[in-house]
Design a protein around this ligand. Structure first.
Ligand SMILES: [Zn+2]
Length: 534
């Protein structure tokens, strides 16, 4: 008997956390950050208190109360007594690992809280992107996916607080990532160096790394299969787990209309050949009839940018490397340069360690790096900007030749505009995710204020109609979703043909119940914290 417990991703997009158990051993399928649930209680300046360790995310229902699963250094005295009466409370004896599908935080974000000796299984690209994101991102508790500084209890004199977490006095730890899709011997010395180094230089207080290196698949008692699939971030995969009830397939996020749809197609064929007992399938876009393709995005954006006479700002997730390539091509076609941020250049440099066909910032005439106005650049940024010295542009360079650039900004970079001084008639292209992004919620009202203030025209930006943000029909087609549409998802389900289908990562799971009626596939709708036995 195999048990699946759904701790996240139920009737919500993102936050996937599924525990698969057989006897006394278990595996987690993703361990993501629950954006929507988090937003019910928190906002920019109101966050879980890092000094309270696990208390806040547990008390607010963001993390399941599973004793034995989390980092010891985050467990305050008496913590578990408080949650013993919670209906979801359990002590977990043995977790063999966490199967990570891709490096979007709604799937990976809460790895930060997991015990360091729980190995993370992923593709090499996912592991490297996760590390690049952590190296170049914010340094909060919820960003510690690949490595972390254990906190220690301290009682400064004159301070009555029971638990006070200070800066670390113990060495930082790297998590054990088990790379499933590559032979590690084939990794270049530069790739190994990237994985092993860099992060402790961020603050002087961090010390040397202890614990694990990249390791080949080992120590997991389950027979696993890793299937690369196409999604809006490179390196995405689906997983297969062999259980005594048969194969369980977990889709992660996927699409069939992207540039690498052949990967998803191959996954369908190989998963179907296993005659799986169960398929846990995403359903983000079940209600959508069709999706724009990346080529349509290229054509629509080219049309809009071709007419622009001044600065163009394009807003998309740089981790969507397909989209970055689309805009790089448009930059070539329109005689402009694509200006990316240092963290985006760092991501491309990291990707090249594994996929040499990724554009080389140093060599590509149409790529430059926009050095933003920050007070204290980190070491990773200083090193990168030194290496790409001839490719750096500043606000004044862009400001003085506005028709020569496409600037890759997201909403959170918009505060650079006072330095750039965009000329009236500049254009803001919104080529990002759906209004509820997988990694942030954009405050469109505030974004509009910024654009209005600088006299910038927008294209593809959602407007509020009856309380809902929608892109006007005539401005659609600037984004190819990372998620398959309803008809494609039904095709995935019917062709893999599991005995049981369990929807996840969806606000409209009932779609599968209706549409698969009579197909021979039984749909089981999970509940939060509920168990599905298969
Ligand atoms: Zn995703």
């Amino acid at each position: 008997m195999t048990k699946l417990t759904f701790y996240g991703g139920v009737n919500e997009i993102g936050g996937n956390k599924v525990l698969l158990e057989e006897g006394d051993r278990g595996l987690f399928l993703d361990f993501g950050f629950p954006y929507k649930r988090h937003k019910r209680f928190y906002e920019e300046y109101l966050n879980p208190r890092s000094g309270a360790g696990l208390l806040d995310p547990l008390a607010m229902g963001l993390l399941p109360p599973l004793a034995g699963l989390y980092r010891d250094d985050l467990v305050t005295r008496g913590l578990w007594e408080r949650f013993r009466d919670n209906p979801l409370y359990r002590e977990l004896k043995r977790v063999d690992g966490m199967l990570l599908t891709h490096a979007h935080l709604d799937h990976s974000g809460y790895i930060s809280f997991l015990r360091a000796d729980i190995p993370i299984y992923s593709t090499a690209v996912t592991a490297f992107i996760a590390k690049a994101m952590q190296d170049s991102g914010k340094s909060g508790l919820e960003q510690q996916v690949c490595y972390f500084n254990p906190t220690v209890l301290d009682h400064p004199k004159g301070w009555k607080q029971v638990a006070w977490f200070s800066e670390s006095k113990v060495p930082s730890q790297q998590r054990q990532f088990c790379i499933y899709d590559r032979n590690l011997e084939a990794l270049s010395p530069d790739a190994i160096r990237f994985w092993q180094s860099g992060f402790w230089e961020k603050t002087a207080k961090q010390k040397e790394l202890i614990s694990c290196q990249l390791a080949a698949h080992s120590g997991c008692s389950f027979n696993l299969r890793c299937f690369p699939v196409d999604h809006s971030v490179p390196g995405a995969c689906a997983w297969g787990i062999e259980t005594s009830s048969g194969w369980v397939i977990y889709s992660g996020d996927l699409r069939l209309h992207g540039k690498r749809s052949s990967l998803t197609q191959k996954f369908i064929e190989e998963a179907s050949a296993l005659r799986p007992r169960a398929l846990i399938l995403e359903g983000t876009n079940v209600l959508r009839e069709a999706n724009f393709t990346e080529h349509e995005v290229y054509e629509n954006a080219l049309k809009a940018i071709g007419k622009a006479s001044s600065l163009v700002i394009s807003d998309f997730s740089p981790r969507d490397v397909d989209r970055l390539l689309t805009f790089l091509q448009i930059a070539r076609d329109t005689g402009r340069k694509l200006a990316i941020l240092p963290k985006d250049a760092y991501l491309l440099k990291t990707m090249r360690l594994l996929e040499p066909e990724t554009p080389d910032v140093a060599q590509d005439d149409n790529l430059v790096i926009y050095q933003d106005t920050i007070s204290k650049p980190g070491n990773w940024m200083l090193n990168l900007c030194k290496e790409y010295d001839s490719k750096i542009v500043l606000a004044k360079d862009i400001g003085s030749e506005q028709d020569k650039f496409i600037l890759c900004f997201s909403f959170l970079d918009i505060n650079e505009l006072p330095s750039i001084r965009p000329r009236p008639g500049s254009l803001y292209l919104f080529s990002s995710s759906e209004p509820h992004d997988e990694e942030q919620e954009i405050d469109f009202r505030r974004l509009r204020n910024w654009l209005e203030h600088f006299g910038i025209r927008s294209f593809g930006l959602p407007v509020e109609i009856n309380g809902e943000w929608r892109i006007p029909d005539e401005e659609k087609g600037l984004h190819a979703s990372g998620h398959a549409c309803g008809p494609d998802l039904l095709r995935v389900a019917r062709e893999i043909k599991p005995e049981v289908l369990i929807p996840i990562h969806s606000e409209n799971s009932y779609f599968y119940v209706e549409k698969l009626n009579g197909s021979g596939i039984k749909v089981r709708l999970p509940e939060v914290g509920g168990v599905v036995e298969i």
